[in-house]
Design a protein around this ligand. Structure first.
Ligand code: ZN
Length: 159
């Protein structure tokens, strides 16, 4: 069965900045499971997966614009320290912050007495990425999954 819209894809991935050591891999845990064609993964990776089948391995370079977006200036923000809970903060650290746009990964730039300067760019913004992908399983999604826009059951949402 080929990968196309409204199918469920289970896959392993390893991601690196182009030409560098891997940043992250799913190989040390369970594969990722997504409903394909619903924007659940970055566009460049979704495009590269189209028409692949279970058992296939491939590598793909994804430009920043098709990954986590270009790095944008002017996304620095000063946030009251209380929003960070009890976490011990240090410059360069990545934390998830509740914002008006939902949870967002930010990078700590400077820690003051009562405020913290953060960069709202995604940590991988502006980076061209390389993915090595192994397709583990492809199956039809059920109507409820398509309606919700995500996978249910093993590796998916439970609700
Ligand atoms: Zn659901």
């Amino acid at each position: 069965m080929k990968i196309e819209k409204d199918r469920v894809v289970r896959f392993h991935y390893t991601v690196s900045e182009v030409g560098q050591e891997p940043i992250e891999s799913s190989k040390d845990r369970d594969p990722l499971v997504i409903l394909f064609g619903h924007g659940n993964i970055i566009p460049g990776l979704e495009n590269a997966m189209l028409d692949k089948r279970a058992g296939e391995n491939f590598g793909v370079d994804v430009k920043a614009a098709e990954a986590y977006g270009e790095y944008r200036e002017g996304l620095g923000q000063r946030v009251p320290k209380k929003h960070f809970g009890t976490a011990k903060l240090a410059p360069g650290m990545q934390v998830v912050l509740q914002t008006n746009f939902g949870p967002r990964a930010v990078t700590v730039q400077k820690v003051g007495m009562s405020v913290v300067d953060v960069d709202l760019n995604h940590p991988m913004a502006g980076k061209d990425l390389h993915f090595d992908v192994e397709i583990v399983e492809v199956r039809e999604a059920n109507p409820e999954e398509i309606e919700h826009g995500h996978v249910h059951g093993d590796g998916g949402h439970h609700h």
